[in-house]
Design a protein around this ligand. Structure first.
Ligand code: C2E
Ligand code: CA
Ligand code: CA
Length: 665
């Protein structure tokens, strides 16, 4: 895909300097015409086709200094690097300035611009070279050690007469460099007696000059100079691409900020749509970035074409876009948002890949109604976007104050999870699992409960998600394990209890080896037979791609820990994964159980699950069973393991002990 902005290309093609645009890996995204037209075209430049690696080329030609500097730029360690180099072409020394600096390709991609400005052959002035000096396109003059100009070529006269009126050679006075902007630099070169180069700005013209001065053996200087207005303006223009997203050509986050800031300064009301593309990350992960990039370009076009009112569309993140418009009427904004969502639904299938649906979540904030500044408007639209996402995909929400309260609740919950868990009201319950034929308990699942002093009952999915995202799920699960195992170890001694204890493990925790090492320590410490530990994992874990997860599952199997697949039928699992992992138990999700007697389709699926389990030689358990009808139907399919309110709600550990262990005695 061509990610170089058309405007950049125009600049590239008209510059006489040799310019390259590299991507983050050092690959050439673009080179300008100068390379093709060069008299100096060598094997080297012929190797430089677009898409070839320039850094590899530098390495193979031992240009390590240039290579290092480019790599430092690409790693973000330096912003730019420039240095003069010499190369030998047809027995002549050529001097050139190598200049590389950082270029933002998109919000999360850094590339590099490389500019080679080639000077003419390096000539030390003496009488024999006069003709050469006159034919040069560089301006040139030489100075003796008393600052007298001993020679100046025609072009030098022309340029210097622009720099300072005293160089107007029509009057007879001897011109003096002392009054010019060149003087401090030349004085420094004289003093240090070392070849140097500098860009010097002459405000009266106004123009930039590149000036190079060589100290002469007999004292004095040889000075070459030319104006570089053109290159300066190229650099400035290239930098302005920091304002555009290279991929979609849309304004980027920085430009968005600037425009909004401007509107706010002028007190112009506007509305701000923050849009996230759901499903995009999955496309990127599964089909690669090239496919993802193509989709983003299509979506940029879609946004621009769909809304006909005055608006600006920008891309502010990987899969995040914003649209802002002067429209502030809520009804009109709802119409716009609805149209976006509906039109997108129609085209989403044609731009996405098969089986991964894309959808939009939109949050809207308004100036000045919701917030007085850009940062807050961004944040609030973002908060509203998350609210849409939570409701369901393909949705939009206006920002509301209550959303901040929800956010505060989230932050408070997170803070409490980060404190001492023993000081919270978090506790644990168990839900027994039954064999319907014998009415025996075949295992228990541990579930976490949190009845909060301020918020009341917080659902497990809410606080588990917060714990998971804030890195506290490991502590929370270990707290559960130590609390439950200490009870269970007594049950083993007192009642000979030997049934599996199921513990829910989030996909993130499943990739955490330290947790599993600790789990083994708990098992040893509380003397729990490993086969009594049943790890419940969901299909949403990246079972086939995340090596840590694969390793941890193998680690559990090696230690004899049991493995159950939770919420079966609702995730993405591939049959191959199930075979590879030798799952002990499939837990059919409540979703399918609920459809018994209502949808024949679901019943057909349940049939398939049973056959699948038979093939995998694993147990099957139905979750969330609430009625006799469900039990009877599942029995008729040969399913006898159950967990659900019909048999028992989740109960406290003491209640379990009382009802199922003591009474058995
Ligand atoms: P899950 O693992 O699928 O757990 C089963 C959920 O279904 C539990 O909800 C349980 O109370 C509920 N349930 C069981 N039988 C019935 C029934 O017949 N009818 C209905 N309506 N519901 C039934 P709970 O405790 O609210 O937990 C919800 C989810 O939160 C769990 O789903 C699990 O994914 C997660 N969760 C709960 N505790 C933990 C934990 O300690 N760690 C982790 N990682 N996740 C947990
Ligand atoms: Ca579970
Ligand atoms: Ca479940």
């Amino acid at each position: 895909m061509d990610i170089v902005h058309p405007f950049t290309k125009t600049i590239l093609s008209t510059s006489e300097n040799f310019i390259l645009v590299l991507d983050e890996t050092g690959k050439i995204l673009n080179k300008n015409n100068a390379w093709n037209n060069s008299k100096h075209a060598s094997e080297y430049t012929l190797l430089m086709t677009e898409n070839s690696s320039f850094t590899d080329l530098l390495e193979s030609t031992h240009n390590y200094e240039q290579l290092d500097s480019i790599q430092q730029v690409l790693r973000g360690e330096i912003d730019e690097f420039r240095k003069e180099f010499t190369c030998l072409i047809e027995k002549n020394d050529y001097h050139y300035l190598f200049h590389t600096y950082k270029l933002k390709l998109s919000s999360d991609r850094i590339g590099a611009i490389i500019i080679y400005s080639v000077y003419k052959k390096h000539v030390i002035a003496n009488s024999e070279t006069t003709s050469i000096l006159e034919s040069m396109t560089d301006a040139f003059f030489s100075l003796d050690k008393h600052w007298n100009i001993t020679y100046i070529n025609e072009y030098g006269k022309t340029l210097l007469s622009k720099v300072h009126p005293s160089f107007n050679y029509s009057n007879s006075e001897s011109p003096s460099l002392i009054d010019t902007e060149f003087y401090p630099f030349l004085q420094q070169v004289m003093l240090e007696n070392k070849t140097q180069q500098q860009e010097i700005y002459i405000p009266s013209i106004p123009t930039w000059f590149e000036v190079k001065a060589y100290p002469r053996a007999e004292g004095g200087l040889s000075v070459f100079f030319h104006h570089i207005a053109e290159r300066k303006s190229i650099e400035k223009d290239l930098r302005s691409f920091a304002y555009y997203d290279f991929l979609t050509n849309l304004p980027n986050r920085r430009m968005t900020y600037d425009i909004l800031q401007h509107k706010i300064k002028n007190d112009e009301p506007f509305s701000f749509f923050y849009i996230e593309l759901n499903g995009f990350k999955l496309v990127n992960d599964m089909y690669g970035h090239a496919r993802g990039d193509a989709i983003l370009v299509d979506i940029a076009t879609f946004f621009n074409q769909t809304i006909k009112i005055d608006k600006v569309v920008a891309r502010v993140g990987g899969d995040e876009f914003v649209i802002f418009t002067d429209e502030v009427n809520n009804e009109q904004l709802s119409i716009i948002a609805n149209k976006l969502i509906q039109d997108f639904q129609q085209i989403s299938e044609s731009i996405s890949v098969p089986s991964i649906p894309l959808s939009l979540s939109i949050g809207i904030s308004r100036y000045p109604e919701d917030a007085p500044d850009t940062d807050l408007l961004f944040r609030y639209a973002n908060i509203a976007m998350y609210a849409s996402k939570k409701r369901n995909r393909n949705n939009f929400s206006f920002f509301e104050r209550t959303m901040i309260e929800e956010l505060e609740r989230k932050v408070n919950i997170e803070n409490e999870l980060h404190g001492d868990l023993k000081e919270t009201t978090i506790h644990f319950v168990v839900q027994p699992q039954f064999n319907s034929k014998t009415n025996e308990v075949i295992g228990i699942e541990v579930l976490t409960r949190w009845i909060h002093p301020e918020y009341g009952y917080i659902t497990p999915p809410e606080f588990i998600e917060i714990a998971d995202n804030s890195g506290r799920i490991e502590e929370l699960t270990k707290y559960l394990i130590s609390e439950v195992f200490s009870k269970v170890s007594r049950w083993i001694q007192d009642y000979g209890f030997d049934k599996p204890i199921a513990i829910n493990i989030t996909p993130k925790l499943l990739g955490n080896r330290k947790f599993f090492n600790d789990l083994i320590h708990f098992i040893q410490y509380y003397r729990i037979p490993p086969q009594m530990v049943d790890i419940e994992i969901t299909e949403n874990a990246n079972l086939d791609t995340d090596q840590n997860i694969l390793d941890n599952i193998a680690f559990c199997r090696k230690h004899g820990i049991r493995l159950s697949l939770d919420d079966f039928g609702t995730g993405y699992s591939k049959l191959a994964d199930l075979v590879d992992f030798q799952i002990d138990k499939l837990k059919i999700d409540k979703y399918f159980v609920d459809k018994i007697g209502k949808e024949t389709n679901a019943e057909l699926i349940l049939h398939t699950f049973m056959n699948l389990a038979k093939g995998l030689k694993c147990d099957v358990l139905a979750e969330g069973v609430e009625t006799k009808e469900q039990v009877d139907y599942l029995n008729s399919l040969g399913l006898t393991y159950f967990q659900g309110y019909y048999f028992s709600k989740p109960i406290s550990l003491d209640e379990f002990e009382l009802n199922y262990l003591q009474k058995k005695l």
